[in-house]
Design a protein around this ligand. Structure first.
Ligand code: HEC
Length: 221
């Protein structure tokens, strides 16, 4: 009774469609308003999202992550440089960070390659891929040479042009050039710095010491 009253008073509700499959029939009911609302909102939202994040100024998750990592390192680098505490360890953490390394590579190609070669093979400036260094091959030596420069020999003083974080990044990039063999290398200049001597500062020797200690574990009584 109630049902038939309701269907007569309201709009076409509970109208049975005329197709049938295996005895199954269906009603032609309108979708719930909230559902249709979400549907339209997502249709309107999608192009705005795509335009803003894929073609506009919006940062996608990955870029956002890289951006904040870079910001973190830049802040840390500024603080460390202000305290005069850029150490081999800090430079090695920068070297271990892909975002900083890729920035260092960009700086190197745009500002350093005209004198040191695209791959650090050397040109006006010395080869940076061999184990010979005029001003020392430890991470802090490299950082120092780039920061202060060697103006009388043609190496610029970069502290006036690059903030500490960028010098750290490019120093880390120079560290990665070690042991690569680019074409047309410039003959070595300076003194041989045994890679092990540099490794000693990297903790590599500490690792091998640890490895050594596991080989010969102390035998208890
Ligand atoms: C105008 C040319 C020029 C540019 C640009 C230049 N350098 Fe140099 N660089 C030199 C010269 C020349 C030397 C060698 C100085 C010497 O003989 O004492 C040198 C030395 C160095 C050394 C020390 C090498 C050693 O054997 O101890 C490092 C490291 C270095 N440069 C890194 C960089 C980085 C990083 C950049 C970019 C930010 C850069 N240089 C840009 C000319 C340049």
């Amino acid at each position: 009774m109630h049902d038939s009253k309701k269907s007569r008073s309201s709009e076409p509700r509970d109208e049975i469609l005329d197709h049938e499959y295996d005895g199954i029939r269906e009603y032609d009911n309108p979708l719930p308003r909230w559902w249709v609302g979400i549907f339209w909102i997502s249709i309107i939202f999608t192009p705005i999202y795509i335009l803003f994040y894929h073609f506009g100024p919006g940062l996608l998750a990955h870029d956002k992550y890289e951006h904040s990592v870079r910001e973190f390192y830049e802040r840390q680098a500024r603080e460390l440089a202000a305290m005069g505490e850029v150490t081999d360890e800090t430079l090695l953490t920068v070297k271990a960070n892909p975002a900083m390394l890729s920035e260092g590579g960009q700086i190197f190609r745009s500002k350093c390659s005209q004198c040191h070669g695209m791959f650090g093979e050397g040109n006006i400036g010395p080869n940076l891929t061999d184990s010979y260094w005029i001003h020392g091959g430890r991470p802090t030596d490299i950082y120092h040479t780039i920061t202060e420069g060697v103006p009388e020999k043609g190496m610029l003083t970069w502290k006036n042009q690059l903030p500490p974080a960028k010098i750290m990044a490019v120093a880390a990039h120079v560290m990665t050039l070690q042991g690569t063999s680019p074409p047309n290398p410039k003959p070595p200049q300076g003194e041989l710095v045994e890679p092990e001597a540099a490794a000693e500062k990297t903790g590599a020797s500490e690792e091998s010491r640890k490895a050594g200690s596991t080989e010969n574990p102390p035998v208890g009584p």
